[in-house]
Design a protein around this ligand. Structure first.
Ligand SMILES: [Zn+2]
Length: 708
């Protein structure tokens, strides 16, 4: 690894059209914060920047729906997001926003330099225009009938019913969502960034130069690069965003994905006059923490922009996480299937670290993972309370009862093998935790910290200092209560007690240092009880056995964590289910709502008899390039094998489908989806939450069997 002088860590800019949920925290902000707190404890020169992404079409749409201005929308959510980050202890050096003047200037200058260097392609195309609203219509502003499935409310970029990705031109009977007007085609000019010009360089830089990137990140980059890159428009027709800084470009703004990552630069500028040290010096290590949906922007488009512009460092690593599901189902903000951070903070005051703990222990580091409230309760009660909290509490209680509340001496002459083992464990924990942190394996690192407290408990259990105090009731520290030290037999027993508690206390101080990046509130509580200053949390102190001086008096113990009761988690699950937004009748989703009023018009038997429905067995499944929602399936119909393209990729894993039987509309005219010819349709049922279920015979039967 290169010898870096300073670090710059960015966390994905949250989109300011809604509050943040725990999926965001687990995927991006908690891992980034852990990493930064660890580096700060190591005295690394590091800056941690983030801010709200306040441009883009969804914000203008939300403003329109709520009847307010886009600025009012972003003001509301920026404040909300910022506050919940602060309360969760996410320790940004700056949390800025892209509607700031400094950002508009920085992004405009960046664009202008690329323009002046001749790096854009200027293209005039025809796009839909709403003559009533006097505006060009972004994809999401146009609805029409899906050419694939007939859904009358498909968007200009995608049909949410069948999953086909569309362009506005493909919609039948397009109409504007702004005015219901029929849009007309009008010429408009935009600036395109020819990504293909950077393809060879990107291949070398990522595929050869960054083999150490996480598998999920490297794999996604490779797939994009193998598919070939194309020019992408970097401007849009809109009045909300960073204005294109060129004459004659009125009514045009920078594409939100062009300006958003420049927001990292603007935020650094706002933070420090030395911003250029962090962005332009080759000995800076730039790390982007993001979720998997942002990989292409942070690993391909933004680096290509930085490279094209020149003068900036490139990311050295992009440790993207996968997604966190909730109670077994995908997070959906539109369906309100999410655990919102601001609501958690209200429902569980003082439990910020519990959420940090559970989200880190369960982080989707290598694959999508699930958060459920039962597991939240269990991790709290059986790990934080029963292991970490229990050890620390026993140590402080025993010190007050058996050592007068002061740090006891260490009598080296009588140290035994058990003592030496725990001393070695304390000394070696640092390297184990570090190894996880350096490799962005935060779950492993956290496990090592908890494991050290587990070993502490075992040590106390073996040593039983309360017994040596003459109180023979095993396992009951309280039995020694009220016995002044002087009344106990002086000599060997007291020395043994001293040694055990001295080492347990040094272990506790080590726990404070090691847990600090993960659970900063807990680390501070420990400092308070030990009556020591923040300085002790310096990473170089980890592994040391003389952190607390003999004779120093400690404060009375306080519980670090409380038990979480069944009723609390039951209430959360109920709240989640009660808050679930059902698709509205009459809205664009009405066609999937199980309302009898949505029945299609009556047909005659002859109409039905025209359908040739057959049972097929799925032989192989692969993803369709550049179509997130489509799968290409080879299906055995007994008499022949067919290729069928189906919009079910978000609902089923390819490997789970192989060998399954399905029902096929076998005489549907072939059609091309993303360049692949599909010969038939697979039937599935959709529940009120939009989840798909395949239809199949009760038992496996011969493929090709007819259905009537
Ligand atoms: Zn469709």
């Amino acid at each position: 690894m290169a010898d870096f002088k300073r670090y710059l860590v960015t966390a994905a800019l949250p989109y300011a059209n809604g509050p943040n949920h725990i999926g965001h925290m687990a995927g991006v902000y908690i891992p980034a914060d852990i990493y930064v707190r660890y580096q700060r404890a190591k005295k690394t020169d590091i800056k941690f920047v983030c801010g709200s992404d306040e441009h883009g079409v969804p914000i203008t749409i939300r403003a329109l729906k709520e009847g307010v201005s886009p600025q009012q929308i972003v003001d509301k959510y920026h404040a909300m997001i910022k506050e919940s980050f602060e309360q969760m202890g996410i320790s940004f050096d700056i949390y800025s926003r892209t509607s700031n003047k400094i950002h508009h200037e920085t992004a405009a200058v960046f664009f202008k330099k690329m323009y002046d260097d001749g790096l854009f392609e200027e293209k005039e195309t025809e796009q839909y225009y709403d003559e009533k609203a006097k505006t060009f219509l972004a994809d999401r502003y146009i609805v029409g009938t899906c050419p694939v499935c007939g859904n009358e409310n498909a968007y200009g970029d995608q049909c949410e019913r069948c999953g086909s990705s569309l362009s506005p031109e493909q919609l039948i009977n397009p109409r504007s969502t702004l005015s219901d007007a029929i849009p007309v085609k009008k010429k408009t000019k935009h600036w395109y960034f020819p990504l293909q010009n950077y393809e060879a360089w990107l291949k070398e830089w990522i595929l050869e130069g960054h083999k150490e990137w996480k598998n999920n990140v490297y794999g996604q980059c490779k797939s994009w690069l193998d598919n070939g890159l194309q020019s992408r428009a970097m401007t849009r027709d809109s009045n909300w965003g960073v204005k294109v800084p060129l004459p004659g470009a009125e009514g045009k703004v920078l594409y939100v994905w062009f300006d958003a990552p420049i927001g990292y630069i603007s935020a650094t500028k706002e933070l420090t006059d030395q911003w250029a040290d962090y962005w332009c010096k080759e000995d800076t290590r730039l790390i982007h923490f993001i979720g998997k949906d942002n990989i292409v922007f942070h690993c391909i488009i933004f680096p290509a922009m930085l490279r094209a512009h020149g003068g900036f460092v490139l990311p050295d690593n992009v440790p993207a996480n996968e997604f966190l599901n909730i109670e077994g189902d995908k997070v959906s903000t539109s369906r309100n299937w999410a655990v919102w951070v601001h609501e958690y903070l209200k429902d569980f005051p003082g439990c910020e670290d519990v959420l940090r703990y559970v989200l880190c222990a369960n982080a989707p580091e290598t694959k999508d993972n699930d958060f459920n409230w039962k597991d939240f309760q269990e991790r709290n009660n059986s790990e934080l309370v029963a292991i970490f909290g229990n050890f620390v509490n026993r140590v402080f209680v025993l010190i007050h009862k058996l050592c007068g509340g002061k740090v006891p001496k260490l009598h080296e002459d009588i140290l035994d093998e058990t003592d030496r083992t725990i001393m070695r464990e304390i000394e070696s924990a640092k390297a184990k935790v570090e190894s996880g942190l350096e490799q962005f394996k935060f779950r492993d690192a956290l496990f090592e910290v908890i494991d050290l407290s587990r070993k502490g408990n075992k040590y106390l259990q073996e040593k039983e200092p309360w017994k040596k105090a003459g109180q023979l009731e095993a396992g009951s520290p309280s039995a020694a209560e009220g016995l002044p030290k002087a009344q106990r037999e002086s000599g060997v027993n007291q020395k043994l007690i001293d040694n055990c508690l001295h080492l347990s206390l040094q272990l506790t101080a080590n726990l404070a240092i090691l847990i600090n990046p993960f659970l900063p509130f807990t680390a501070r509580k420990l400092l308070h009880i030990m009556k020591v200053v923040d300085k002790i949390l310096d990473w170089e102190n980890a592994g040391k056995l003389k952190l607390l001086s003999v004779g120093y008096s400690l404060r009375a113990p306080e519980l670090l964590f409380r038990k979480i009761e069944d009723a609390e988690v039951v209430a959360q699950v109920e709240k989640l289910k009660a808050g679930l937004v059902k698709p509205e009748v009459g809205s664009q989703k009405s066609e999937i709502s199980p309302q009898t009023s949505d029945l299609k018009p009556q047909i005659q038997y002859d109409d039905f008899a025209k359908l040739d429905l057959r049972v097929g067995t799925i032989l192989s499944v692969e993803k369709v390039e550049k179509a997130d929602k489509l799968l290409k399936l080879e299906v055995d119909l007994g008499f022949e094998k067919r290729i069928i393209v189906s919009g079910i990729a978000l609902h089923f894993k390819p490997e789970d489908l192989i060998g399954k039987q399905v029902v096929i509309v076998a005489n549907l005219a072939p059609r091309k989806l993303k360049g692949v010819e599909s010969n038939g349709m697979i039937l599935s049922a959709e529940d009120e939450n939009g989840k798909l279920y395949l239809i199949n015979p009760e038992e496996i039967i011969n493929p090709g069997a007819g259905i009537s």
